[in-house]
Design a binder for this molecule. Structure first.
Ligand SMILES: Nc1ncnc2c1ncn2[C@@H]1O[C@H](COP(=O)(O)OP(=O)(O)OP(=O)(O)O)[C@@H](O)[C@H]1O
Ligand SMILES: [Mg+2]
Length: 355
């Protein structure tokens, strides 16, 4: 997959820009607060269907403007694709694929595929389970629309069930809870099945990458051991009502799961050094890209936001070496990898070194 160009109109601090990208490494260089991450965020919007920084659509519109536009032109299996989004301060957003309106943003997800590395990902191994869950959810959703639908249904049912658990004296409490438990268990099993299969394949990639990165000195494993069958989930959800009522929320299901990471047999969260944890996180991200290629036949686009300044020389070289032959967009305040196309960014204005 190769992104040819991206167009921004009144997006964040970018008034107007059209960036034509090279097939190799593209570097966005500039001082702090000039619009580098904004550019990456705009590209990733097409992969994720929303801002990766948790911003609402309205916050993406340039302050003082009524609307913003983003457009991307990319090649997928040699076919040229055009996707566009128009965000409005007052109306619904309008999304188009090859000029045709699409109803839901989720129809975008999976078409333009990208892997994002940001400094937060580097602490993915060190942090709690929710960081690893969200990594898996984003990665799996890009590959399997059925996973994304199950996840979104699961989240809706979970909210309803949690609100029911707040008040056992409400009319029809038992019946409502039972219906929701059945629905939740069904979606939970679908999610668990996808996660188990994905993590199993990712684990092989990560093990090989860490083996390579450490010249065979370290062995990393990933395991998703929390997945259960629909019957098991249902048993947990129907057999612990007292406990769940006391907690006022749902205590069992994929929203509590974790991906266990070990290094040389020990829990990496507890025993691995910060550098080792970062290496595993990098391997998970590179592995995500490998699995995307295995599944779709093409590498996704790699977006590295401010990651180089966080890595030591050895890891920097490893990552850049590992991404050879792939399309990469990098933001940086300082160093420029050799052979890349450079765009200088100042106050939302993009300028190619070639023009
Ligand atoms: N909706 C908006 N309208 C106008 N400007 C905005 C909007 N949202 C954010 N900005 C501004 O965009 C600027 C650049 O943000 P960005 O995160 O892209 O910086 P950056 O170049 O990545 O900097 P750093 O090197 O610090 O990460 C900031 O000054 C921010 O205030
Ligand atoms: Mg930034």
């Amino acid at each position: 997959m190769y992104c040819e160009s991206i167009r921004y109109v009144n997006y964040r601090n970018i008034e107007r820009a059209e960036i034509k990208l090279s097939e190799g490494v593209n570097v966005f260089i500039g001082s702090n607060a000039q619009g580098k991450t904004n550019a990456i965020e705009g590209v990733y919007y097409f992969a994720r269907g929303k801002s990766f920084r948790g911003a609402k659509d309205k916050e993406l519109i340039r302050i003082g403007c009524e609307s913003a536009e983003l457009g991307i032109v990319f090649r997928d299996n040699a076919r040229l694709r055009h996707h566009e989004v128009r965000l409005s301060a007052t109306d619904r957003r309008i999304c188009t694929k090859e000029g045709v309106n699409i109803r839901r943003m989720s129809e975008f997800i999976g078409s333009f595929r990208a892997v994002l590395f940001s400094p937060e990902h580097l602490s993915m191994v060190k942090e709690g389970p929710s960081e690893r869950r969200s990594f898996a959810d984003v990665a799996i959703s890009q590959l399997y629309p059925a996973y994304m639908s199950a996840l979104s249904r699961y989240q809706k049912i979970l909210l309803q069930r949690n609100s029911v658990l707040k008040d056992s004296s409400a009319p029809m409490f038992n019946d409502t809870l039972e219906v929701l438990s059945c629905q939740l268990a069904r979606e939970a099993a679908v999610i668990a099945e996808y996660r188990a299969r994905y993590v199993e394949r990712l684990a092989l990639k990560v093990e090989a990458l860490i083996d390579d990165m450490t010249c065979g000195r370290e062995r990393a494993t990933l395991r998703y051991g929390d997945g259960k069958s629909e019957e098991e989930y249902l048993r947990l959800l129907t057999g612990n009502t007292e406990k769940e009522l006391r907690a006022g929320s749902t205590l069992y299901g994929p929203h509590k799961d974790d991906i266990a990471v070990t290094l040389n047999g020990n829990d990496a969260r507890v025993y691995a050094s910060q550098g080792q944890q970062r290496s595993i996180a990098l391997a998970m991200k590179l592995g995500e890209g490998e699995l995307s290629r295995d599944e779709t036949g093409e590498y996704p686009v790699f977006l590295l936001d401010d990651i180089l300044s966080e890595l030591d020389e050895r890891r920097k070289e490893y990552v850049l070496g590992g991404l050879e032959g792939r399309q990469v967009m990098i933001t940086t305040c300082e160093r420029i990898p050799e052979g890349s196309r450079v765009f200088r960014v100042a106050d939302g204005v993009y300028c190619s070194d070639e023009s």
